[in-house]
Design a protein around this ligand. Structure first.
Ligand code: C2E
Ligand code: CA
Ligand code: CA
Length: 745
């Protein structure tokens, strides 16, 4: 501890008092014999002396306390007199300038200690301009104003603050700010060279105080331009700066901010903020994460989740959202909402024949025409591959929907020129109305869907409104599907056989296998009821395979000259393994291929698919016969006869029915028969019910007949008996099997 003058002064005073008091306390023998007055005086002096001693002890103690307090202060403190001489300093001060501590003597001059320090290189700033630096330093001492920083030789930074005292001296404060400076430097480094754009804004006037290089580069404003702006100037929409409104840090980054760059483009940002003191003023540090790309990707994803990639139209999800909003909005008004579901007719055929590229172009073309037929406020969506939906709101009457449906059908029907092909596609429309046919989107779409099925079944190219009964029908269809699945699984389905009669000999040439479904509750269920369901649900493949196997098994036990005809659905050709299913059925049963006939309808050839034709040729190559069923009911029956060499043509029963009454029907039947003869193909007439029809057909030279006049379809046990009867008749010499009433069940 340095020696200090006040302490020395007090010590001396203290010694003198002690000496006097000591002398007074020793009484001479003369006095001892003195008067009482004297002894009283002595007593008084002794008491005073004790008091003085106590006061001195107390003063010393408080001086020590002050001294200790002075020394434990974290700042260095020094008192200089008016001539710049040291009077008093504390421990921290001595520590800060430890190198010059040997010079600290009360009375020593600050200038001298500075000179020694300069010579020793304690002040790197002074190197090379020593005298000048010393002068500046002393100038600051006697004209103290602001604080200043001093760098020491070992790298420490000292903050100096000096003030004049009342007696012309100086009181100086020294704070070691080395650590603070280091922190500041690392902050600067972190700020300046950070790849994340950062901005420091003043809290009060929102001015931009500082920006880092990344911000300059990212925003395109120069540093100077930047520092003229406020945070609001670069915000696109938000009026409040991001630190306003007391958002928590999480809330802040969860929000997206839009900023404007120098070139006017907008960017999306997530902002992290932090309060700090910047150049002595309250400020906010903003770290700006550009999330424009992420936002764009998110928006793209959201768009994709709600739109159809091919046409860009809303998908079912978005449509339902729109619908629910519209329905909510019109609930309390008298306005009606129509939902139109548009199904393209035979779109698959376009895909199969012209390829998916053209199929896609066609769908885009249709979407475009639909859009241009609609009002701005009507919603158009794509539901699935060949179905679109339209929501038409604000209708006064259902007739308004009819007008639109007609316009849409017309718009779709015009030919499309796609890659040099002129493509024509038809459409059917199902319409459901709200309120009435459903008060929420899914129900309405379902109703419109049911109406569409009706439109398609009635005649393609039309529209149909939803009717209350459709719902029940749809449900019963669903029940049929479930029951049919069980029936197939439990092997309940059976083929019944209907004979085909040679019209010249009257003999049975074969039987057509017709599926029968005996149900304990519903009795015998008609194939007309469940074959369409089986085709819709794909169950037809299981059913068809089952019929093939059973029919071949049964027929294998019939006489060698009796054939079996099995019906095939177009869908069985799509799975691709029909050929192997037929081969397996033949192999397992041992039935020769030439005794199997397969009946197909024109719809199979509608698609003109090369795969279908290849399968047909392969089947024929096995020796299997191929028949064209229901001939005359399709669009261009004659052209199909050219596309494949059929073994048999079956005239549809509708022509046979009209034979007696309708001359045209007669003409058609006649020409089909002569056509068949020309092509060398067997002609069979279906649905022969009367003698009149039979004789007419015979007269025209029709080869074969099938119908209730001869027999209904019967179970195999009856067929075996029938065939035995025929054999017996043969041996009896009565070969003709006439319109035998016994044959009719
Ligand atoms: P289809 O192939 O045209 O079969 C002939 C239909 O006409 C049969 O109806 C038969 O019972 C009926 N029929 C026969 N003669 C007469 C007659 O004189 N008058 C009348 N009014 N009808 C007659 P069914 O058995 O109800 O079959 C209906 C349709 O179901 C069949 O028409 C066929 O398209 C389909 N079908 C039946 N079984 C199968 C099968 O195993 N597979 C496939 N894919 N379809 C089948
Ligand atoms: Ca048939
Ligand atoms: Ca038929």
């Amino acid at each position: 501890m340095p020696k200090i003058r006040p302490k020395v002064v007090k010590k001396r005073k203290h010694a003198a008092i002690t000496r006097i008091a000591g002398r007074l306390a020793k009484p001479s023998p003369k006095l001892l014999s003195g008067s009482r007055r004297v002894s009283a005086e002595i007593g008084e002096i002794v008491r005073k002396r004790a008091e003085a001693e106590a006061a001195i002890a107390e003063a010393r103690k408080s001086h020590e306390r002050l001294r200790e307090a002075f020394d434990i202060l974290p700042q260095g403190i020094v008192f200089l007199d008016a001539e710049g001489r040291y009077i008093l300093w504390n421990k921290k001060y001595a520590e800060i300038y430890n190198r010059s501590s040997d010079l600290f003597e009360p009375g020593a001059r600050l200038e001298d200690t500075i000179r020694v320090g300069v010579e020793r290189g304690d002040y790197p700033e002074a190197i090379g301009r020593e005298e000048e630096w010393i002068a500046e330093r002393l100038e600051k001492l006697y004209h103290p104003g602001d604080r200043h920083e001093q760098i020491l030789g070992d790298g420490r930074v000292i903050l100096i603050e000096e003030r004049l005292t009342g007696d012309g001296g100086v009181i100086g404060l020294r704070v070691d700010i080395t650590e603070l400076k280091q922190r500041e430097a690392s902050f600067r480094l972190l700020f300046d060279s950070n790849p994340v754009p950062m901005i420091v804004c003043a809290m009060d006037d929102e001015h931009i105080l500082g920006v880092n290089d990344a911000a300059v580069e990212h925003y395109g404003y120069s540093r100077a331009e930047f520092e003229k702006l406020t945070i609001r100037n670069i915000q696109a929409f938000e009026s409040e700066p991001p630190w306003a409104g007391d958002l928590s840090s999480d809330e802040l980054t969860a929000r997206t901010w839009k900023h404007v760059r120098a070139d006017g483009t907008l960017i999306d940002l997530a902002i992290y903020s932090r309060h700090l003191v910047y150049n002595d003023q309250p400020a906010v540090l903003l770290a700006l994460m550009d999330i424009t790309e992420r936002k764009r990707a998110e928006a793209r994803l959201a768009f994709m989740a709600q739109h159809d990639g091919l046409t860009g139209l809303p998908n079912r999800n978005l449509l339902r959202q729109h619908m629910d909003e519209i329905l909510l909005h019109t609930r309390r008004s008298a306005e009606k909402v129509a939902v139109l579901v548009i199904g393209l007719d035979n779109f698959k055929a376009v895909n199969d024949t012209l390829g998916h590229g053209i199929g896609d172009k066609l769908l885009r073309g249709v979407a475009k025409r639909l859009r241009s037929t609609l009002r701005e406020e009507d919603t158009l969506a794509r539901l699935n591959s060949d179905e679109f939906a339209i929501v038409q709101s604000g209708l006064a009457r259902p007739e308004d929907a009819v007008i639109l449906a007609k316009r849409l059908l017309e718009a779709i029907a015009d030919p499309y020129l796609l890659d040099g092909h002129s493509v024509v596609i038809g459409a059917s429309i199902g319409i459901a109305m709200a309120p009435g046919d459903g008060d929420e989107s899914e129900k309405l779409l379902k109703s419109a869907d049911m109406a569409l099925s009706r439109a398609k079944n009635d005649s393609r190219g039309t529209f149909s409104f939803f009717e209350a009964g459709m719902d029940a029908r749809a449900q019963s269809r669903r029940k049929t599907e479930l029951d049919l699945r069980d029936a197939i699984q439990n092997d309940v389905l059976r083929p019944y056989y209907q004979p085909l009669i040679c019209l010249s000999s009257g003999r049975i040439t074969g039987f057509e296998a017709l599926v029968r479904w005996p149900d304990p509750e519903r009795g015998m269920i008609s194939p007309a009821e469940f074959i369409p369901v089986a085709e819709e649900t794909g169950l037809i493949n299981g059913l068809g395979g089952l019929m093939l196997r059973r029919s071949c098994m049964d027929a294998a036990l019939w006489p060698d000259d009796v054939r079996v005809a099995v019906n095939l659905s177009p869908l069985q050709f799509r799975t691709g393994n029909l050929l192997s299913i037929v081969m397996d059925a033949l192999k397992q049963s041992g039935l020769p291929a030439k005794r199997l006939e397969l009946e197909i309808t024109e719809t199979l050839l509608l698609e003109k698919s090369s795969q279908v034709l290849a399968t047909l040729h392969a089947l024929r190559a096995l020796g299997v016969r191929i028949s064209m069923d229901d001939f005359g009911t399709g669009y261009s029956s004659l052209s199909y006869l050219r596309s494949f060499p059929f073994d048999k043509i079956k005239i549809d029963q509708s022509f046979v029915r009209d034979l007696g009454s309708n001359r045209d029907a007669q003409a058609i039947v006649r020409s089909i028969i002569s056509l068949g003869k020309g092509l060398g193909v067997t002609i069979t007439a279906e649905g022969v019910e009367t003698e009149a029809e039979l004789s007419c057909l015979r007269a025209e030279g029709c080869h074969e007949g099938q119908g209730f006049l001869f027999s209904r379809a019967r179970p195999n046990v009856e067929i075996i008996r029938l065939l035995q009867a025929q054999c017996g008749a043969d041996s009896d010499g009565t070969p003709e099997m006439d319109s035998d009433a016994a044959l009719v069940a």
